[in-house]
Ligand binder design. Structure first.
Ligand code: FES
Ligand SMILES: [Fe+2]
Length: 345
């Protein structure tokens, strides 16, 4: 499916964000991840778990069922499942066959996020999770917060494409975080297995509207803007604003923030989008939360409009690519290679 080959939907063997950790509690939280119904909850000892969300008896949603002890009791005919997915009770009979079970998935709480592995469980290596220090989450003086969870009626790759090509900042977000320099400055790209990073170093650049919004009286600034894609579904962005070269505090950073976008495929035509940020100025997060709400809505809008367009024109529209698409095309290639390898293996 667009923009991948026919039959390629999503990488299975990789960590995806299933939820922010604060979303998971005693109550059942239902999500759809890689076309599978999933239920998340915390056991009595506080450990977060993820199991399949469909009762194998008559397909009743377990996310709309009840907790009992550390397990779930199906709301239809009362069959119970433990946190490992194994059936523990069938009210209508005395025997509970070992074969009666639902899936259970590896789930790791790491940073602000609970990460799930929907592929082969024996491949679920926590060492493959993004390094929290490297993404700036645990840097000294950084305050971080989970901000938005959006259900988007568009395929995950449309949001990945969006995040891999920040030239859109100048236009889709021209009234807030972007300027023409975002589109005009060439990017430096770093690539290694499972990782694709991009940086734009802007000198004496026009200050985007957000600089005035945060109370800085500067028309021009030096700026570093970038995004690191941790395949298959996590993007860690950096935005650092410095006083420009002719300023008495030239080179000094006056604002530094990190943004975290997690894109988790739901169905072939929808995804869940998790947005969080970290900044050196904790008091700025409240302001940024309100300021960035419409920015996230703009990306959601673009994604859903393109999905609707694809529904009209079909899965293989000719695409006129530009030089600035290099990073997005590379990201697509890397994901396609991972999906191809899974089909062979
Ligand atoms: S559908 Fe779950 S017990 Fe019957
Ligand atoms: Fe955007």
């Amino acid at each position: 499916m667009y923009p991948f080959t026919t039959g390629s939907f999503a990488v299975r063997n990789g960590w995806y964000v299933a939820a922010f950790t604060h979303e998971i509690g005693e109550a059942l939280l239902a999500r759809t991840i890689l076309n599978q119904p999933v239920v998340l909850y915390r056991k009595q000892d506080g450990q977060a778990v993820a199991v399949g969300g469909r009762c194998p008896h008559r397909h009743f949603p377990l996310g709309k069922s009840c907790r009992k002890g550390d397990g779930i009791v199906c709301g239809y005919h009362g069959i119970a499942f433990g946190p490992d997915g194994q059936c523990t009770d069938i009210p209508s009979q005395s025997v509970t066959p070992r074969s009666y079970h639902i899936p259970s998935y590896p789930l790791v709480e790491h940073g602000l996020w609970a990460w799930i592995w929907m592929g082969d469980a024996h491949k679920a290596d926590p060492a493959l999770l993004p390094d929290l220090k490297a993404i700036g989450l645990t840097a000294p003086g950084m305050a971080a917060r989970a901000l938005f969870v959006e259900h988007v009626k568009g395929r995950a790759q449309l949001l990945n494409d969006n995040l891999l090509d920040l030239t859109h900042l100048a236009f889709l977000h021209g009234s807030s975080i972007g300027t023409l320099d975002n589109a005009a400055t060439p990017e430096d790209v770093v690539k290694r297995p499972g990782f694709l990073g991009s940086r734009r170093h802007m000198r004496d650049a026009e200050a985007p509207p957000v600089v005035a919004h945060m109370g800085h009286d500067l028309a021009r600034i030096d700026r570093v803007s970038g995004m690191d894609f941790h395949l298959p579904g996590f993007h860690a962005g950096i935005d650092e604003s410095r006083f420009p070269q002719n300023h008495e505090r030239a080179g000094e950073a006056f604002a530094s923030s990190r943004v975290y976008h997690a894109v988790t495929p739901e169905t072939p035509h929808s995804c869940t989008y998790f947005f969080a940020m970290a900044t050196t100025d904790a008091s700025a997060i409240d302001i940024m939360e309100e300021y960035l709400r419409p920015v996230i809505a703009e990306d959601k809008f673009a994604t859903e409009e393109i999905e609707a367009m694809l529904a009209v024109v079909g899965e293989n529209p000719a695409e006129l690519l530009l030089k600035s698409d290099r990073n997005a095309v590379e990201g697509r290639r890397m994901l396609q290679a991972m999906m191809d390898a899974e089909q062979v293996g």
